[in-house]
Design a protein around this ligand. Structure first.
Ligand code: GAR
Length: 199
């Protein structure tokens, strides 16, 4: 399964996926391309250092459809079959999702359906929840709303700030995303309505 990873920034989840693939923890997966909408994304250099092909498709000067079309074209040119969003800070339109139906994964730093959207860790701290975590899910047309593949839980303490909570959640993200990728590459699951059931 040729995997394309979309990033916009630091790329730590991208590295967690790439390391898992290299170490054989996601059998059948191969990272074909790391693509960013931001030329300055730190993750690009980190991917290149590992010998992974990278690409930049900036939004500037393009319509949303034009930008997505170009991203799809670039992914297709690298033979990508499965797309992992890893801190890619853009919403994907139905046109993009039609191209990779059921083959787009995302990681989100909360226990969805709680706290979708931006600043999930701040939302969790301000809401006063005692537990938060991360979710890996299939992407559909809804905001952070597609079928859930896996989740990991962390405790939220009284002294947490959005930053300390984000750091604790990030450690779990780095374990959750490779696990989800391994499951999807194994094909040992079915999506029944909203539920991802292991088979
Ligand atoms: C991660 O915490 C990821 O869950 C979050 O952005 C961060 C990217 O970090 N994604 C979202 O909030 C998407 N709604 P990374 O670039 O180091 O992987």
């Amino acid at each position: 399964m040729r995997v394309g990873i979309l990033i916009s920034g630091r790329g730590s989840n991208m590295l967690a996926l790439a390391d898992a693939v290299r170490e054989g923890r996601a059998p059948g997966a191969q990272v074909a391309l790391v693509l960013s909408d931001k030329p300055q994304a730190a993750g690009l250099e980190r991917a290149s250092e590992r010998g992974i092909e990278t690409a930049v498709v900036e939004r500037r000067g393009l319509t949303r459809e034009g930008h997505e079309g170009e991203v799809v074209r670039r992914l297709r040119a690298s033979g990508v079959e499965l797309v992992c969003l890893a801190g890619y800070m853009r919403l994907l339109s139905p046109c993009f999702l039609d191209e990779f139906r059921g083959r787009v994964l995302n990681i989100h730093p909360s226990l969805l359906p709680a706290f979708p959207g931006l600043d999930a860790q701040r939302q969790a701290v301000e809401h006063g929840v005692r537990f938060s975590g991360c979710t890996v899910h299939f992407v559909d047309e809804t905001l952070d709303g597609g079928p859930i593949i896996t989740q990991r839980v962390v405790h939220v303490s009284d002294s947490d700030t959005p930053d300390t909570l984000a750091a604790r959640i990030l450690r779990e993200e780095h374990a959750a995303y490779p696990e989800a990728l391994a499951l999807v590459c194994s094909g040992r699951y079915e999506v029944l309505g909203r539920r991802v059931v292991r088979s």
